[in-house]
Design a protein around this ligand. Structure first.
Ligand SMILES: NC(=O)c1ccc[n+]([C@@H]2O[C@H](COP(=O)([O-])OP(=O)(O)OC[C@H]3O[C@@H](n4cnc5c(N)ncnc54)[C@H](OP(=O)(O)O)[C@@H]3O)[C@@H](O)[C@H]2O)c1
Ligand SMILES: CC(C)CCC[C@@H](C)[C@H]1CC[C@H]2C3=C(CC[C@]12C)[C@@]1(C)CC[C@H](O)C(C)(C)[C@@H]1CC3
Length: 665
């Protein structure tokens, strides 16, 4: 009944439109008769559009079978995945195209002009797109808030990993992976879809080892398929609406509090700062400096120097271009700062006006977020990020609505994430080093200060050198640009990531040569893991056939994208977070760790809390925050990937059971 031969040849055939569908329907009429089925809407061999469980994505599938008992159709996706779908999750290819056309006509006049309406054109377009075609489901369109519930029968299946040349993985390794699966069960929450009630019955074709995972080709992507509007999210991140209100108030207040705290002669947490008069936060000169700095970075960003890189395909299939001249920007900025130091510009101003500079950056991020929110109100749903259009004003303001806000070709999210805050952080660190020299009467910064400066400078310069890699990160691909990122990029990063340097200004910490060597080793280890793993993922996403990755194995997913299951991404699911965390450790170690002891005593003797050196927690602040951030980010990413990749993601989770730290977490 599976008629695999028939499938093999039809898999290569494009949809030929209504006429071809009818012809196939009549050719299969004997098949239907022999099955004595009640009238069924789709016939064996039909090429139709099938909804991927738990998502609003539709893919081209072939109908294999209809089970009159369960009223489910067995369909096969292009990567060989077989699924059983309900009739309502299947659409005739022609009416699917028609629906997309009529929607895009009504929603996007620009798009309408650029498209041919001839049926021939329609058919060619749909057939040429071997990757994904995205749309919202009829249900979500009519009832955007309805929780997506798909009753799809899925059975966990073994996906045979292929190496990067799409050869099947060696048999022994496959069975080893299978053994591993049974030894290390994945937690229920990781495997079970959160928003979808699924019964599993997902199979792969036995002959799928030669199936090349279909990566979108340049030409296909540029054909700009119809865009799926962002459906209202069913679950809200960051504690939902109440969480968003809380974070909106808490985050700015927390930054100002920490800065007031660190500014005190005794910055111990048991010595809370008195709330200063409101006008002490404002300094016109500090505000002017921040504006000037942002202006300077914006000018460097728009200069036609450096590469124009392509972002990942958007839901529309379109790829935005980004000027990735970050290394140029940091080099020119360093030259400008060096010239300033040489000319006697007083960089200790940064230390003495830290609070006012942070308040100015906060004001700018607030104004920017308001601008972003207002402009997002006039956008069509296609331009919104998934997850940022809950309908609740404050939540959406916090999370960010527009995916890629741009003024002409000036990409606001990309600019803010990579330039003023990141480069500003290094300038702040330099200001702290110069202040340390001044206050401690040193000829040169202390070794601890040098290490912190050098490590963090390396992190920033590396990020800017590999600026293109940011285009495959969560923020750039999925998150809207709103208060969270604007504040994070412009205030949080420069003013809290520099706390170690701030701390060292008045808390010198002598380091022995052995300690220096050990700390440098920790940093280099972290950096190696971070760089290598980010390189692997970025290169793979850009070109899965990259010869430098030919030794790596991957598993296909129904979206056409594959998942790496060996190399760094076969060790843990977020090796880049692991490297980042090890580096974070190396940034705090120069400030000393014996001060952490009060925490240990604190657990034993409560009264020590009040007299302990809480101030010494400040240099560990980044490490603590970073663990929380990455654990939360990891779980956000897991849900997103589960939604996108369905059972292929489960397969990945079974093969790579640990998230960030091997054998621990
Ligand atoms: N210093 C900081 O404050 C800070 C904060 C956060 C993050 N970071 C760093 O920023 C970098 C980017 O982090 P990120 O959170 O955006 O996440 P990321 O790990 O760079 O990206 C996650 C994405 O990678 C893809 N992916 C996941 N598993 C894969 C696999 N096995 N094979 C191929 N692709 C896979 C998925 O996207 P697709 O499948 O859709 O491509 C997933 O959504 C990291 O190095 C992180 O350490 C730094
Ligand atoms: C609590 C909130 C305010 C959290 C805000 C989160 C942001 C500050 C981070 C989210 C993604 C981060 C990120 C970098 C900096 C911090 C974030 C913007 C990054 C630019 C740092 C340099 C790295 O090399 C990087 C490019 C990989 C990295 C990308 C992600």
């Amino acid at each position: 009944m599976r008629a695999r031969d028939n499938l093999k040849c039809t898999r290569k055939q494009p949809i030929r439109g209504l006429r071809a569908q009818r012809a196939r329907a009549s050719a299969t009429s004997s098949f239907i008769t022999s099955m004595r089925m009640p009238t069924v809407k789709f016939q064996h061999g039909d090429t139709v559009m099938g909804r991927w469980p738990g998502s609003s994505l539709y893919y081209e599938v072939k109908v294999l079978n209809f089970d009159s008992k369960s009223q489910l159709y067995t369909v096969i996706y292009k990567d060989g995945t077989e699924l059983e779908l309900k009739e309502q999750d299947i659409m005739n290819a022609v009416s699917f195209q028609g629906r997309l056309r009529s929607r895009s006509r009504s929603r996007s006049p620009g798009r309408r002009r650029s498209r041919s309406r001839s049926p021939a054109r329609t058919t060619r377009r749909s057939s040429s797109r071997t990757s994904t075609v995205t749309t919202e489901s009829a249900t979500t369109r009519r009832e955007p808030r309805i929780k997506e519930v798909l009753e799809v029968r899925l059975t966990p299946m073994k996906t045979i990993p292929t190496d990067n040349n799409n050869k099947p993985e060696h048999r022994e390794e496959t069975s080893a992976a299978a053994n591993k699966v049974s030894q290390t069960p994945v937690s229920k929450s990781e495997v079970e879809p959160e928003k979808v009630q699924n019964r599993y019955n997902l199979r792969r074709r036995k002959d799928d080892s030669d199936v090349k995972p279909a990566e979108p080709k340049e030409a296909e992507v540029e054909e700009a398929p119809p865009v799926a509007p962002a459906p209202a999210p069913t679950t809200l991140d960051f504690g939902g609406k109440i969480g968003a209100y809380f974070w909106l108030l808490f985050l700015p207040a927390w930054v100002l509090y920490v800065l007031l705290q660190v500014n005190q002669a005794d910055p111990s947490l048991t010595n809370p700062p008195a709330l200063p008069a409101l006008d002490s936060f404002w300094d016109a000169q500090a505000f002017g400096i921040v504006v000037l700095w942002m202006w300077f970075q914006a000018v460097l960003y728009i200069l036609p120097v450096g590469k124009l890189s392509e972002g990942m395909p958007l839901r529309s299939g379109e790829r935005l271009k980004y000027r990735t001249n970050g290394f140029f920007a940091v080099t020119v900025s360093a030259a400008a700062v060096a010239a300033g130091v040489h000319q006697g510009v007083d960089f200790t101003y940064i230390h003495s006006h830290f609070l006012q500079l942070a308040a100015a950056a906060l004001l700018i991020s607030l104004l920017l977020s308001l601008y972003l929110f207002v402009r997002s109100c006039s956008l069509s749903p296609e331009q919104l990020a998934l997850g940022g259009n809950s309908g609740n004003i404050l939540y959406d303001f916090f999370k960010g609505r527009e995916l890629n806000p741009r003024i002409k070709s000036f990409d606001l999210k990309f600019f803010c994430e990579m330039r003023p805050g990141l480069i500003g952080w290094c300038v702040i660190n330099l200001g702290m080093a110069l202040t340390e020299m001044k206050l401690q009467r040193l000829q040169a910064p202390s070794p601890a200060m040098l290490l912190v400066n050098a490590f963090q400078l390396l992190y920033v310069v590396d990020g800017l050198w590999n600026e293109e890699a940011i285009l495959t990160t969560m923020d750039l691909m999925h998150d809207g640009f709103g208060f969270m990122l604007a504040f994070g990029d412009l205030v949080w990063v420069p003013f809290t990531y520099s706390l170690q340097a701030y701390y060292l200004v008045v808390h010198p910490n002598a380091l022995s040569p052995v300690a220096v060597a050990l700390i440098v080793t920790v940093k280099l280890l972290g950096f190696y893991i971070f760089r290598k793993s980010n390189f692997e993922k970025n290169a793979f996403r850009r070109n899965p056939a990259d010869p430098r990755l030919s030794h790596l194995k991957s598993i296909p997913t129904a979206t056409g994208k594959s998942l790496l299951v060996s190399g760094w991404w076969g060790v843990v699911r977020h090796p880049n977070y692991l490297g980042d965390l090890i580096m974070a450790l190396a940034w705090s170690l120069p400030c000393g760790f014996s001060h952490l002891l009060p925490w240990y005593y604190m657990l034993l003797y409560y009264d020590i809390i009040l007299s302990s050196g809480f101030s010494h927690l400040l240099p560990w602040y980044y490490m603590i925050y970073f663990i929380i951030l990455l654990v939360h980010r990891d779980s956000r990413d897991m849900s997103e990937c589960r939604r996108k990749y369905g059972s292929a993601w489960d397969q990945y989770c079974r093969t790579v059971p640990y998230r960030i730290i091997p054998r621990v977490y």
